[in-house]
Design a protein around this ligand. Structure first.
Ligand SMILES: C[S@@+](CC[C@H](N)C(=O)[O-])C[C@H]1O[C@@H](n2cnc3c(N)ncnc32)[C@H](O)[C@@H]1O
Length: 254
């Protein structure tokens, strides 16, 4: 057995909330490493292209800025970091941070191709222990990242710490569809069709596309996530449902 295989796999089809901390972190990272190269293609296929719209709407929750510093946590292939840069009128500085080297490498490749590397810098690090000083960022975003971290309250406290007073955190995540009908349809899609397509496209053997729906189901719903943000010290916490609540944008102010 190789060293990689010794890292625990996610409990397929089980509730991931009972699965946290280091074991979750290692297994999740192994999955992102396996799918990094096909991540963008799969994202577009599996969301029917909707993820671009969701990301654009999330960035609109950040007030336009011409200077300042912004941080995108769990930046992956850097889509949100690029939109943040645009939101700052192509000025200011953006830090794209991710724990996973392979995902970040894909992001860096895109940024380099577009000549954006001076303004958007990539950092490898853990959202649970940000290496940035207190009160430095005007805005922090996280797109589809929070569901994957080992300790959500710890990450929210870290985001709170690095934001300037008055700074805004925008969290874009899968959430709980509002209607019963949509929930049933979405469950069928995410537990049956999605793992099949995702696994084929990524040629993946780590079960990441089975972990995805299980992690969404185990993730706090809109109201509970808002409570966790308030608990970390944020004020004016609000959320907006997108696509019938399949996804939600939470906005919180330090
Ligand atoms: C589903 S991807 C989202 C990528 C990108 N934000 C997007 O919206 O397309 C989740 C990302 O979160 C990162 N991630 C998970 N846990 C993390 C942690 N503790 N610290 C930093 N990044 C983390 C993963 O490595 C992965 O790149």
């Amino acid at each position: 057995m190789s060293a990689m295989e010794k890292i625990p796999s996610p409990p397929t089809g089980q509730i991931v909330s009972q699965w946290s901390g280091i074991a979750k972190e290692q297994a999740v990272q192994r999955m992102f490493t396996a799918i990094a190269q096909s991540y963008d293609l799969n994202n577009s296929l599996l969301s029917f292209g909707l993820h671009h719209r969701w990301k654009r709407l999330a960035i609109k929750a950040i007030p336009p800025m011409e200077t300042g510093h912004a941080l995108d946590i769990g930046a992956g292939t850097a889509d949100l970091a690029m939109l943040l840069h645009e939101r700052m009128n192509n000025q200011g500085s953006v830090a794209a941070m991710d724990l996973n080297g392979a995902m970040l490498k894909e992001g860096l490749r895109k940024l380099t191709k577009l000549g954006l590397t001076p303004q958007i810098s990539c950092f490898q690090g853990n959202a649970e222990q940000l290496t940035f000083q207190d009160n430095v960022f005007d805005a922090v975003t996280a797109g589809f990242c929070i569901r994957n971290v080992g300790d959500i309250p710890k990450v929210f406290c870290e985001i709170f710490r690095v934001l300037k007073p008055g700074g805004r955190f925008v969290c874009l995540e899968f959430s709980r569809p509002l209607s019963k009908g949509l929930r049933a349809l979405y469950d069928w899609y995410s537990f049956h069709l999605l793992p099949w397509i995702g696994t084929k496209v990524a040629q993946d053997h780590t079960d990441v596309y089975r972990y995805l729906p299980a992690s969404i189901r185990a993730f706090p719903d809109q109201q509970r996530l808002a409570e966790l943000l308030s608990h970390a010290g944020f004020q004016h916490v609000q959320y907006r449902n997108l696509t019938g609540g399949i996804v939600a944008i939470h906005i919180a102010v330090k």
